[in-house]
Design a binder for this molecule. Structure first.
Ligand code: NAD
Ligand code: ZN
Length: 370
């Protein structure tokens, strides 16, 4: 088991990464917090694969655990489902001494995190992420949220977890498509901040699962995120670089309809485009571009965009805001492992490169313009 401390003033915590380490990792954290009761938040899919997983670990040790089982899916990441968590906490007479355990992927982690941030003005919470995306990204750093019908993750809070237990064994039941989607967020940390991490990923393969390889990769990925969050917890600047690939990624998700492509898949295409744009603008040298292309291209899912012209492209990138200038901030690469925020990049320039990108990679991104 590897341990990674996250050192934030007033909210230090540990990320523990291993295979088959859940019992030790969770119990030692719980003993330290010594809660009056534990409430686990999970979903019906996890409950099916791993019935009463957390309860079975805690109750023999004398900790009372109640489990709130939510329906599975991004479409349930909303205020109504959040209300179900609050109702459950009230019914079970949870109080400020209650510890919450989020057992699931990013959807459960984000919702349970927000409930823990707000219930009784904040209770302790432990993240037990079970998808690769949640293990390398969402369980670390304290962004919590639910969606509003008009915008993703618009209602939320910063709430660091008090502990993160990452057990790679859970990845054995994760569908291959979900695994690959999470891998793009992992690669993102290498591409933008850690050349050695990208080199390491190039040496291995995601599937068939090799838990030793993954332990090292997840450790390094969490280390990148933790160091950035330590410097910029609330995304005043540096943390925004973790949105690399997300400008086009979000556009793909929104324009194709949520669920058509997984978030990580859309971000994967977005990262290749951001690297392409960096190369076209002579910021990234051609050989680094080739390395990135060779790494990403075979892993990407082919994306087909319904009718899209410049006006729609702009309004999607501006999120329908009436902007005074037709420009957005865009994360670009300087070299592998080093990125920067290009402020106010003109939308017509992004569009020009995007149509060029679709022409060069018709197998990856099909654009219908008429
Ligand atoms: N807070 C952050 O910093 C942050 C960062 C990135 C993404 N996110 C959020 O994370 C969410 C996406 O998370 P995700 O990709 O983990 O999706 P998810 O939570 O929907 O999980 C994907 C699917 O896998 C299932 N699943 C989970 N673990 C499993 C396992 N071990 N075996 C079999 N099935 C399993 C889930 O039930 C679900 O059907 C989005 O809502 C996104 O906004 C948050
Ligand atoms: Zn993301």
């Amino acid at each position: 088991m590897r341990t990674l401390p996250v050192e934030l003033p007033g909210s230090e915590y540990k990320i523990e990464i291993g295979a088959g380490n859940l019992r030790d990792s969770l119990l030692s954290a719980i003993r330290q917090f010594d809660p009056e009761r534990v409430v686990t938040v999970t979903n019906s899919t996890l409950e099916q694969f791993y019935p009463a997983q957390i309860k079975k670990l805690l109750e023999p040790e004398g900790y009372q655990n109640d489990t709130c089982i939510l329906p599975d899916g991004e479409e349930y990441k909303n205020l109504e489902t959040l209300q179900r968590i609050y109702d459950f906490l009230m019914e079970k007479k949870a109080n400020r001494g209650t510890v919450m355990v989020a057992f699931g992927g990013g959807v459960i982690g984000d919702m349970a995190g927000f409930a823990a941030a707000t219930f009784m003005r904040g209770i302790k919470m432990i993240q037990v992420p079970t998808t690769l995306l949640a293990q390398v990204d969402s369980s670390v750093g304290g962004k919590t949220a639910v969606n509003h019908p008009l915008g993703k993750n618009t209602i939320g809070a910063f709430k660091q977890p008090n502990h993160v237990s990452i057990d790679l064994e859970f990845l054995k039941t994760l569908p291959s498509r979900e695994l690959q989607a999470g891998y793009f967020e992992l690669a993102k940390h290498g591409l933008t901040h850690d050349r050695e991490l990208l080199d390491f990923l190039q040496e291995g393969k995601l599937e068939p699962l090799d838990l030793d390889f993954l332990e090292e990769a997840v450790f390094r990925s969490c280390r990148v995120k933790a160091r950035i969050v330590e410097q910029d917890e609330t995304e005043a600047g540096l943390r925004a670089t973790l949105n690399f690939g997300h400008t086009l990624g979000h556009l793909i998700e929104t324009h194709c309809g949520y669920g058509t492509y997984l978030h990580g898949e859309a971000v994967g295409t977005g990262m290749l485009f951001a690297a392409f744009l960096s190369k076209q603008e002579q910021l990234l040298d051609p050989s680094s571009w080739e390395t990135i292309r060779e790494f990403l291209e075979p892993k990407l899912r082919s994306v087909s965009l319904p009718q899209l012209d410049y006006d729609l492209f702009s309004s999607l990138l501006l999120h329908d805001k009436k902007a005074s200038r037709e420009a957005v901030n865009f994360i670009l690469l300087r070299e592998i492992g080093s990125c920067f925020i290009q402020k106010e990049m003109p939308l017509d320039l992004i569009w020009k490169h995007f149509t060029g990108f679709c022409k060069e990679f018709p197998n990856l991104c099909q654009l219908t313009t008429d």
